[in-house]
Design a protein. Sequence first.
Length: 367
Amino acid sequence: MKMTTLQQSHYNMSIEKLSASAIVLLKKLIETQSFSKEEDPTAILIEGWFVENKIPFQRTKNNIWATNKYFDETKPTILLNSHHDTVKPNSAYTKDPFKAVVEDGKLYGLGSNDAGGCLVSLIATFAHFYAQENLTYNLVVVASAEEENSGKQGLNSMLSIIPKIDVAIIGEPTLMNLAVAEKGLVVFDAVIEGTPSHAAHPNTSNSIYNTIEVLQWFKDFKFEKTSETLGDVKMTVTQINAGSQHNVVPAHVNLVIDVRVNDAYSNQEIAAILQEKAPCTKITPRSLRLNSSSIDLNHALVKAGIALGRETYGSPTLSDQAVLSCQSVKLGPGDSTRSHSADEYIFVSEIEEGIAIYIELLNRVII
């Protein structure tokens, strides 16, 4: 239904107020330390925002969540999620990471871009729709903990608590373009054995020399199946450790292998292939739970995003999408290249635009 000029004016004013409120919340979050597993102070701030806006909520550990006022179990449900934990600031900061300062339109501070801007934008979007009746989808918002460390008390712990989710919007900085697929992650610990000995004695099975061929194998090996959106599986040896003193040939060498999995494979398939083919004495996955994720390009959310002029792409970086079994899209204000960088920032205008786009996207899907 087309709005009158007066209705449009009130609508725009409502979004402006939500944007201003969201930016105030973000400034408070920046100035409150919230390293992974230490998010209680920021959880309290988010609780306060919901109280101030008269929206009932629940808290599980350091995760804050709420459902729309007219939640209907017979309808499908969209999850709106982002996280309020941060990494620790790196040593290259020239500004106080815990001081929210706006300069030249940039809001500086730790967690401003990753992912505070996304979080407050999604919370504001949820508030916009909270009391609306006759939505075609339910909405659940989760401000989650322990994303940066892939911890056990984050979004993954909430999936058995919140209502069943049919599709999710995960707030991470994407310049408000749609990451329609995301690579999963499996980290492997590998062992290459040899014969321990004194360095002065002959040894035809030095574990370190045995590792040379193994490293070459990992460098050259290619997984056969590629993905239209995510490309090839990316496998990288990232750590190597062996020996304790100069005159002893070690019994074994330990490797760590980082594998970024496309949506052509399950994590279990990747593990099975490496355990069969890798020329190691032993190779063991640390976890198989961080899966690749994607959304059907014909899904209403994707079509709405494209209609709004947003681009689609496949993301090589990991987010809380990895713990979901439903379809999901990664979408949020800010730029991922600023994440974890010194003097992290987000443009204030990016938050304002993000809220407006989130709302218009959902208007086209749930109204």
